[in-house]
Ligand binder design. Structure first.
Ligand code: G3P
Length: 244
């Protein structure tokens, strides 16, 4: 399928003409998780570093701040900010849940969905994908293998991020250790839904890992510890973006 056609599919899905929400690719998506190194002021600093590197190097970086900082960080930076998790509930009497409406009010562009550290039921994933599209929010649905990626592609999320859980946080990059899962996920997902953005993650720590992911056909990477836990997060990010 030609590039233009793929763009049209994505635009139609997001109701563009409305708010023009999309993720430019290739992209690095930084999930700050609940690490001590990304709390409060440290999270603000990480967000600023991401924005500075994105501008200086002319690359696409999106961030998923800690949930309680989403509104603050989305108001501080111009790069896309995502929630790390959202619940399949309507606004109302639910304590401690996160609604898609509140993500939107916070200035978030969308949410990670079904991260391996915060799994959801299939029906919940489907509900979130459809409701997010109506609200012009982007969904990045995490999957653990090729079969689950294909099944999720049928639900037409904005993006799929395949992450083998056993490689998460290890520094052993999926794009190097298990290239087959990346290549085959890209192929299978794009066969089901040519407009889907496909990311890969787990263990991605340097520019070579990113380059390998892009060469395997991924539209970008989802990562966390390689930057959040780095002694020098700016240097780590500069290395990573050299692979885009
Ligand atoms: O959400 C990204 C994540 O699960 C990968 O983590 O630390 O291996 O980059 P990490």
């Amino acid at each position: 399928m030609e590039m233009m056609a793929v763009e049209e599919i994505r635009e139609e899905r997001m109701g563009i003409g409305g708010e023009g929400v999309k993720l430019e690719t290739p992209v690095i998506v930084l999930n700050e998780k609940a690490y001590a190194e990304s709390m409060g002021e440290k999270g603000f600093e990480l967000a600023e570093i991401c924005e500075e590197v994105a501008v200086e190097k002319g690359v696409n970086i999106a961030i998923c701040p800690q949930q309680v900082e989403l509104a603050m960080i989305a108001s501080m930076v111009n790069i896309p900010c995502f929630a790390q998790h959202v619940d399949a509930v309507e606004p109302g009497s639910h304590t401690g849940f996160v609604t898609l409406e509140s993500v939107k009010e916070s200035g978030g562009k969308g949410s990670l969905v079904n991260h391996s550290e915060h799994r959801l039921k299939i029906a919940e994933i489907d509900y979130i994908i459809k409701k997010a599209a109506r609200l012009n929010l982007l969904t990045i649905v995490c999957t653990n293998n090729i079969a689950v990626s294909k099944a999720v592609a049928e639900m037409k999320p904005y993006a799929i991020a395949v992450e083998p859980p056993e490689l998460i946080g290890t520094g052993r990059a999926v794009s190097k250790v298990d290239p087959g899962i990346v290549e085959n996920t890209v192929r299978e997902v794009k066969q089901v839904d040519a407009g889907s953005v496909v990311l890969c993650g787990a263990g991605v720590t340097n520019g070579e890992d990113v380059r390998a992911a892009i060469e395997l056909g991924a539209d970008g990477v989802l990562l966390a510890s390689g930057v959040v836990k780095a002694k020098d997060p700016r240097a780590a990010l500069l290395d990573l973006v050299s692979g885009l």
